[in-house]
Design a protein around this ligand. Structure first.
Ligand SMILES: *Cc1c(COP(=O)(O)O)cnc(C)c1O
Length: 352
């Protein structure tokens, strides 16, 4: 099934391939003992006086249960943003390599590329906001190291068709980074069970959205053991702090709360979409598989301004290519959404 000639050794940056990673006290002894005098920590217990587990083993074992992916195929980062940066550092040669993104998409990919002196090649999504697979393959050259796909995509809100993602996995010779930050809102659409088939696939998920933990910064990368091992070698040794690991474990136990919140958000999303479609100022509500909607209105800057004066902040995306007069609205609580809808009625009446 897998058709491309994928060679991880050829993709990894030379200096990274040759790197001797930092070996911390907790790397050199990871068993349990009664007296730890190896890390120059303060010995007096205040709950955070010890360094965290560099490999976050307890947390990964819980995530492994939830995601159905083995713990040794996971890397955790200080937000997905850190995992994105690690991928650039591991696989893209500065001032030489390039990566392909399908625009409009999440702005962080371009920033990470710029920080790492890697060229971004933009291939426009088609009119249904699906990746144009032929154009993507045509844009590749011998220095293209990574293809970044975001599904469900931010800010267009839709999932990419399975056949298209699969076609790209089968035909692109570099790393395919598939960002599934919003996958909890698109049941049945994850590619995690396909990790076994594709040695070039790296899936990103996050605890920042559906799991409600944006404040503790925890991103999840899932890939082959070989890729995870490379990323582990270059990550800062203690990149996920003790408090974040503890809080994540605590909240990841509350599976029912998580499910009921996701369901509420999906119900509220349906109500908001029905409401928006009736407004005169709304030209189009795009299909969504996420916890937000993309809406084309008569004037995005004007609507943004109007709502802002009333204390409601949405995202004006009208300057983005293909998103003329579009705003992005996150689904809030029942009360927040009602508040928004009231203000939208007032705005719409003004426009008549
Ligand atoms: C919000 C978001 C993330 C999450 O980033 P974190 O650093 O994990 O908070 C990742 N990708 C996309 C497309 C997002 O919209």
């Amino acid at each position: 099934m897998y058709t491309v000639d994928f060679n991880l050794n050829k993709l990894i940056r030379k200096n990274i391939a040759n790197l001797t990673p930092y070996s911390s006290a907790r790397d050199e002894f990871s068993g349990s003992a009664s007296v730890y005098l190896d890390a120059n920590e303060n010995p007096f217990d205040n709950g955070v006086n010890r360094y965290p587990d560099p490999l976050q083993r307890v947390l990964k074992s819980r995530l492994s249960e939830l995601k159905g992916v083995p713990a040794d195929q996971m890397i955790l980062g200080n937000g997905s943003d850190e995992v994105i940066d690690l991928l650039f550092r591991a696989f893209c040669e500065p001032n030489q390599g390039n990566v392909i993104i399908c625009t409009p998409t999440y702005g962080m990919y371009e920033v990470a590329a710029n920080v790492n002196a890697v060229t971004i090649k933009e291939v426009l999504l088609d009119d249904d906001f699906q990746p144009d697979v032929d154009a993507v393959l045509k844009a590749c050259d011998s220095n293209t190291r990574m293809l970044i796909l975001c599904s469900p995509n931010n800010p267009t809100a839709n999932v990419y068709e399975e056949e298209r993602i699969q076609f790209l996995l089968n035909n692109f010779k570099g790393i395919v980074m598939l960002d599934e930050a919003y996958i909890d809102f698109a049941p049945g659409k994850t590619f995690t069970q396909k990790l076994i088939e594709y040695p070039n696939l790296v899936i990103l998920q996050t605890l920042s959205k559906a799991w409600g933990m944006a404040g503790i910064r925890l991103g999840i990368g899932m890939a082959s053991k070989a890729i995870v091992e490379i990323l582990n070698r270059i990550k800062p040794p203690y990149n996920v702090n003790v408090l974040s690991q503890q809080k994540a474990l605590e909240l990841l136990k509350q599976e029912e709360l998580y499910s009921s919140q996701v369901n509420t958000i999906l119900e509220e999303r349906g109500k908001l979409i029905d409401f928006l479609k009736k407004l005169n100022c709304v030209e189009r509500v795009y299909a969504t598989d996420s916890n937000f909607v993309l809406v084309k209105v008569s004037s995005a800057p004007e609507l943004y301004e109007y709502l802002q004066t009333d204390g409601i902040i949405i995202r004006d995306r009208s300057k983005v290519v293909k998103l003329e007069n579009c705003v992005r609205i996150s689904i809030g609580t029942l009360e927040e959404n009602q508040n928004l809808m009231q203000k939208l009625i007032a705005y719409d009446t003004l426009k008549l």
